[in-house]
Design a protein around this ligand. Structure first.
Ligand code: PYC
Length: 398
């Protein structure tokens, strides 16, 4: 008999904790909560698990950020990813193949050098390579002076790599389910019920569900649900597009990102190239892919790999990114509303953060205090002018 990976339980009238959003962050939070012994937890997902950014990203993992706060947090996430397949007993196909961020201008090389030094000071492997050193590892790349923006060097981050993103979602969902978490697909939350400055529950398409603790993990849709609660979040949602090519014999054995051309690519074990560009030029909630993206990606990609001019694209898609002004996330309780927690602002970095985001969100809810490592990501930093500026680590955002 086929064994389902997770149950389809009845929706109860109340839960101790409700997590809104069945992506990697919501499911990871539910899994770690249950592992800490918190019972009666539900994940409410509007469509199906992994429908949002968790199933639409380009599966790149890295921790070579710009600020100490960012590096420490994403490094914790990468360490959790290293052990995740064993912990969840699921083949996640994590390949730590090394990650290159190419620089094509003096100013981007300065930024990459700064990042290398800050990373090293925090104990994260990152180093600067010259064009011939890059060519030795990626022989197909064009390091000549023919391109409009020749390659001047790269930030090389050996622990970075790629993982099977859908498998991460399924593994967390199955792990959470086995520990008793109820996962409800097709259950959009329409409203968060707040009375006397306390969370009382949520209204869904299937009725009201009571709970004294609600966490939203909705990425690009956060403002839609949180706006009516009166909590002001400095989020702007932009689509981020990606594409996948037909399969080729394995030739690319590293993740390649260009900080000036704003593109990135890697090759999956099936041979497809998974490619992406910067966020769309203006905010919207559309998830259609565009010809403009395809054209700009092709032009920039051929600057790096002109030999691949006959490459065929198999499909394109888009996901939604909830961008903050400093390009760092928001994970915090909303102190003015007891029992209300938010997890958002992941911009173009969400997928790689899921394990650390889930673990620390779970600690925040279960222990009632904000773990040290996520304190810099409190939402009050915008009022208090304590920004954690990560724009320099966002090669994908123009
Ligand atoms: O930050 O590594 C990154 C990234 C790749 C694709 C989107 N963001």
């Amino acid at each position: 008999m086929t064994r389902r990976m997770w149950r389809t339980p009845e929706l109860r009238s109340s839960y101790d904790v409700i997590i809104v959003g069945g992506g990697a962050h919501g499911l990871a939070t539910a899994y770690y909560l249950a592992k800490m012994g918190v019972r009666n937890v539900a994940v409410l997902e509007a469509r199906f698990v992994g429908y949002g950014g968790s199933g639409r990203n380009t599966a790149i993992l890295r921790s070579n950020y710009r600020t100490e706060e960012g590096i420490r947090f994403y490094d914790q996430s990468l360490r959790l990813y290293e052990r995740l397949a064993g912990e969840l007993d699921f083949n996640l196909m994590f390949s730590q193949q090394g990650h290159f961020t190419l620089g094509h201008s003096e100013s981007s090389m300065n930024t990459l050098m700064t990042r290398a030094e800050i990373n090293k000071s925090v104990g994260v492997e990152s180093t600067i390579l010259s064009p011939p050193e890059i060519k030795r590892r990626v022989p197909e790349i064009d390091i000549s002076d023919h391109p409009r923006y020749p390659i001047m060097g790269a930030l090389y981050h050996p622990p970075g790599g790629i993982i099977r993103h859908d498998a991460v979602v399924w593994a967390y969902a199955r792990g959470a389910d086995r520990l008793g978490v109820d996962i409800h697909n097709q259950t959009p939350v329409q409203k968060i019920v707040i009375e006397n400055n306390r969370v009382q529950g949520v209204v869904t398409n299937r009725g009201t569900v009571r709970s004294g603790k609600v966490l939203t993990a909705l990425a690009g849709w956060t403002s839609e649900l949180c706006g009516p609660t009166g909590v002001k979040l400095p989020l702007v949602t932009y689509p981020l597009q990606a594409l996948v090519t037909e399969p080729y014999k394995p030739w690319l054995h590293h993740v390649i990102v260009s900080s000036n051309l704003h593109i990135y690519l890697s090759q999956t074990d099936r041979g497809e190239l998974v490619c992406g560009d910067g966020i769309d030029g203006y905010p919207h909630y559309g998830m259609r892919s565009t010809l403009g993206f395809l054209e700009s990606y092709a032009a920039h990609f051929l600057e790096l790999f002109p030999a691949l001019h006959k490459m065929k694209v198999m499909r394109q898609w888009a996901g939604l990114c909830d961008m903050t002004p400093d390009y760092s996330p928001i994970i915090s309780p909303i102190e003015a509303i007891e029992g209300f927690y938010i997890n958002c602002g992941w911009g173009t970095y969400g997928f790689k953060a899921a394990p650390a985001s889930g673990l620390n969100s779970a600690r925040m809810i279960a222990e009632g205090k904000v773990p040290e490592i996520i304190r810099p990501f409190h939402y009050n930093r915008f009022q208090e002018n304590r920004l954690v500026g990560e724009k320099a680590a966002a090669s994908v955002s123009s």
